[in-house]
Design a protein around this ligand. Structure first.
Ligand SMILES: [Cu+2]
Length: 443
């Protein structure tokens, strides 16, 4: 056998692989260049990580919502990889248990605050560019200006008796600040007509000539608007538009002939978001002159809706904005279970007159025990062929719906708003509900 030139033993006594050359092909200069390049890349990656990386972040920072301005689910994949080692100290993709309740910090308690002597509600965003006028509009009712405290069992919407002067029905309204119980243990401060919430019911007949003398005993100016009425423009009421505001201590006479019939209401038309919201409204019912061809019913029930924002004993005007969202709700000035119970017998028909007297929220009003028929909208009769039946109706601010509900079965049937929060008293249920709720007791 011819000795193979390549069949030599190497220094370690092993046989080198065939074709392998013991001598490196790269030069020293090439090796140095590769080594330097590698070092450069390493240095660059350390610098980039130092600039953009957050080395203070631990695994606990990855919990739900604990990163400011960031909402991360438990099954997040921030690195875009399922590789658990891609972010040291983190177990990505695994559902984390919440931290123990005992380790959570106690919640800070919000409170009413004071600004230039005004009481402001908790949770309100106040900025340095907010005007004093805006603050006064949203502040709590000034308890030092209250001139009357109504008995806790007092009810509003009392029918107002007119006096007749030369064939004109003359009504007297007086506006003032009062304290009013919407529940036995909840006494709000309110802007009221004739010391009641809602204001007194003005009930007249189509064709009547009426004069309403409005006396202002509020500590601020006001006016009154006759919602939905066809009347001379200067009797319409908007402050600084059709008339000068009625100053404190002054009076104004509104006079018109009732050309329409149906369910209407009156309310303040000066700083409406405050005055009306805090109680300055009342029903204006106009009976038809011709009583033939009208729906028949056994009972006539007015349902006026209102919201209240009552915090730490202070009453703020309820508004759809932060800090002023309502926590109490009333039908005719009372929250359930202090609302009126309507008694009826099987077969009887009840006419409910829903009035969106509030000015901030919509209430889908629902009646248990079967549908009702809509006979009038905003005071206008609905033609018989168009009188649809529903069991829930949205009553928006300013709207009126007159419906006929038939007592079909014995028992306690609820009439209530279908926004569940509106049927609680400050988020608490009392005797099965609260707020915008009343019972129809059918025997
Ligand atoms: Cu509601």
């Amino acid at each position: 056998m011819k000795p193979d030139k390549n069949n030599n033993m190497n220094a370690h006594g092993t046989k080198p692989h065939e074709g392998m050359n013991m001598k490196p092909k790269a030069t020293r200069a090439q090796l140095l260049a590769v080594a330097l390049l590698t070092l450069l890349v390493l240095a660059a990656s350390v610098i980039i990580a130092a600039i953009y990386g957050d080395f203070m972040m631990g695994a606990k920072n990855m919990g739900n919502g604990s990163m400011p301005g960031m909402s991360m689910g438990n099954n997040n994949s921030m690195s875009g990889s399922k590789d658990n080692t891609s972010m040291p100290g983190m177990n990505m993709g695994e559902i984390k248990a919440p931290v123990p309740v005992s380790s959570l910090p106690p919640a800070p308690m919000s409170s009413v605050t004071q600004m230039n002597g005004l009481v402001m509600p908790p949770g309100m965003i106040m900025t340095s560019d907010m005007s004093q006028e805006a603050m006064e509009d949203m502040a709590a009712v000034d308890l030092t200006k209250i001139t009357y405290t109504a008995p806790s069992q007092a009810v509003g919407d009392q029918v107002l008796t007119p006096r007749i002067e030369n064939g004109v029905k003359v009504f007297n309204l007086e506006a003032s600040l009062i304290k009013w119980n919407i529940l036995p243990d909840k006494q709000v401060a309110a802007y009221a007509f004739n010391r009641q919430i809602p204001g007194p019911r003005i009930r007249i007949t189509e064709g009547d000539r009426v004069r309403i003398v409005v006396k202002n005993n509020l500590p601020e100016a006001t006016t009154v608007h006759w919602h939905g009425m066809i009347l001379p423009n200067k009797m319409d009421g908007p402050a600084d538009v059709t008339q000068k505001p009625i100053e404190p201590g002054a009076s104004y006479n509104y006079e018109f002939t009732a050309k329409q019939r149906g369910t209407y209401f009156y309310h303040s038309h000066k700083d409406v978001d405050r005055q009306q919201t805090l109680g300055m409204y009342g029903a204006l019912i106009i009976d038809p002159k011709d009583k033939t061809n009208i729906s028949t019913y056994n009972k006539d029930v007015v349902v006026q809706l209102q919201e209240w924002t009552f915090k730490q004993g202070y009453t703020f005007p309820a508004m759809p904005m932060e800090g002023l969202l309502p926590n109490l709700f009333t039908i005719n000035g009372k929250a359930y279970p202090s609302t009126e119970t309507i008694n009826a017998k099987v077969g009887e028909k009840i006419r409910f007159r829903f009035i969106g007297s509030n000015n901030g929220f919509i209430h889908p009003m629902h009646i248990h025990g079967g549908p009702f028929k809509i006979i009038e909208t905003d005071g206008n009769a609905v033609p018989a062929a168009a009188q649809i039946e529903k069991d829930t109706i949205n009553v928006a601010p300013g709207e009126r719906y007159d419906v006929i509900w038939t007592a079909r079965e014995k028992g306690k049937w609820l009439l209530h708003c279908h926004i569940p929060h509106h049927t609680t008293n400050d988020n608490v249920e009392v005797q099965g509900g609260g707020g915008l709720m009343m019972v129809i007791n059918v025997t």
